[in-house]
Design a protein around this ligand. Structure first.
Ligand code: NAD
Length: 471
């Protein structure tokens, strides 16, 4: 994660004077006057958001490629298309997912009806990181609008072109009474978090997640926290290792490893380790050619700070670099797809979230040792099991927890529209995507309706003669 600094005393004072250019009252009025209950209103907002992405896809792609160093095709697959798919999925199910849910009423209360109504929460604040700067800003927004909320967007300051573009495009497509954008870094976000919102969706590091939750506590604002951590993979050689290696290399080296659910490290059994290394070598060459630095399909590291951090991880890990290892800050912060076998257990590359194209393999004796290692750490955001052995899969399913899990591949659970996406423990709380977004960003109001006649409640009214008390 980017080493974002806590505000200095000077910055904290300065937040009082920051003009965020925000009209929160306007957003609150829209969210509270009933306008947004109308599903036609929600459809119109979602359609406008879709137009924003589709009409400006080229500009968006250029900005993300320039800011993050991501190849254009990757941007289309993982950012613009992902947002459009999310919007289409919400639009296709809007009636069904927002409809009140009827529940049975106990016989003693009848006649009566009871239902759970999903109400818009109000104004939702969305704070996004830099690594998927469009998807992680606009997918939560789509959910917020589908649930009838208005919203404030805070893109990451690490991607200034993307932030400026979003700031320019949003008012062209969505009314100021519906969505407003605030740009800036720590001082601006600190000032923003002092305001009262009805829900906050934060995606970023676990460290900043704590800051956001503390600020939210002041207003008792509910939060969805999409955080980071180390996501392990397990490989035991019972699946085709050529396929496993290609999938691992794809999951790890997409966006140069700067993916929250990228496999951080691989726990591998002794017999599978050497064949896996060879298969990874073949996969890296197949994907990026003999010299990955010249490949147009390999993303770059976002900035000098992150590059220096990753170069630090490549020094003094105590393991054996078997693939890659090269880096070149002068070439748009290049780091080669790298595989390290058995780094020292206390090395930084096995300690912190890697967030770069470095894949350590850690030899484990068996599935018991692997699950024990997973259990010993913080609950990961994602877990990947590459094994055809049902007992091994079961050992991970019941013997570990994680935000999400894919068996047989990396990353895919985030892209299946029916699956809620979120973390657990230090990798986050709450979940979104599709129906989960509507559920998460709505207030679930219980409503019971009882007609005046017959007045069956007479049995509970005083006085309470003996026959009632014994009933
Ligand atoms: P970050 O936590 O540094 O920043 C995220 C956002 O928080 C930015 O908009 C930033 O301006 C703001 N911020 C930073 N410091 C702040 C402070 N002191 N007070 C208030 N706001 C502050 O994260 P990042 O470096 O942009 O992103 C990388 C991290 O995000 C990684 O840890 C990664 O795992 C995580 N991530 C999680 C998911 C997920 O869905 N769970 C997705 C992508 C990234």
């Amino acid at each position: 994660p980017a080493p974002a600094l806590a505000p200095t005393a000077h910055e904290a004072d300065a937040t009082d004077q920051i003009d965020l250019g925000l009209d929160l009252d306007l957003l609150r009025r829209t969210a509270r006057d009933g306008t947004t209950y109308d599903l036609a209103w929600r459809r119109a907002q979602l359609a406008a958001l879709r137009d924003l992405v589709v009409e400006h896809e080229d500009e968006i792609t250029e900005a993300i490629t320039a800011d993050v160093g991501k190849p254009a095709l990757e941007v289309r697959l993982t950012e613009t298309s992902a947002v459009v798919q999310e919007i289409d999925h919400l639009l296709a199910h809007l009636e069904e997912w927002t409809a009140p849910r009827t529940v049975p009423v106990p016989a003693v209360m009848r006649p009566a009806t009871a239902e759970v109504q999903l109400q818009p929460k109000g104004v939702v604040l969305v704070i996004a990181p830099w690594n998927y700067p469009l998807q992680l800003l606009l997918s939560p927004l789509a959910g917020a609008l589908a649930a009838g909320n208005t919203a404030v967007l805070k893109p990451s300051e690490t991607v200034p072109r993307v932030a400026a573009l979003v700031e320019r495009l949003v008012p062209q497509h969505l009314g100021r009474e519906v969505v407003q954008v605030v740009t800036g870094g720590v001082p601006e976000t600190t000032a923003l978090l002092a305001e009262r919102f009805d829900h906050i969706v934060f995606t970023g590091s676990t460290r900043v997640g704590r800051i956001v939750m503390r600020a939210a506590a002041e207003h008792l604002t509910p939060v969805t926290l999409e955080l980071g951590g180390r996501s392990p993979a397990f490989v035991d050689g019972t699946m085709d290792l050529q396929v496993v290696a290609r999938r691992l290399a794809w999951g790890k080296f997409t966006n140069a490893g700067q993916t929250c659910i990228a496999p951080d490290h691989v726990l591998v059994t002794p017999e599978a380790r050497e064949p896996l290394v060879e298969a990874l070598r073949a996969a890296v060459e197949e994907f990026f050619g003999p010299d990955p630095q010249r490949s147009g399909d390999l993303g770059r590291v976002v900035d000098a700070g992150q590059h220096a951090r990753l170069v630090g991880l490549l020094d003094g890990h105590g393991g054996q670099v078997v693939i890659g290892g090269q880096h070149d800050a002068a070439d748009r912060f290049f780091v080669a797809p790298t595989v390290i076998v058995d780094p020292a257990p206390d090395s930084a590359v096995l300690g912190e979230e890697i967030f770069g194209p470095i894949l350590p393999l850690v030899t484990v004796a068996d599935v018991e040792e692997a699950t024990a290692l997973v259990r010993a750490g913080e609950h990961p955001l994602a877990l990947y099991v590459f094994s055809d052995d049902p007992a091994v899969r079961a050992a991970f399913t019941t013997g570990t927890t994680s935000g999400g899990m894919t068996i047989g591949a990396p990353l895919l659970h985030i892209a299946a529209p029916g699956l809620p996406f979120g973390g657990v423990g230090s990798s986050g709380m709450g979940a979104y995507h599709g129906r989960a977004s509507i559920e998460e960003l709505s207030h679930h109001r219980s409503v019971l309706t009882k007609p005046a006649t017959p007045d069956t409640l007479r049995v509970v009214y005083p006085p309470h003669p003996a026959w009632k008390q014994s009933a």
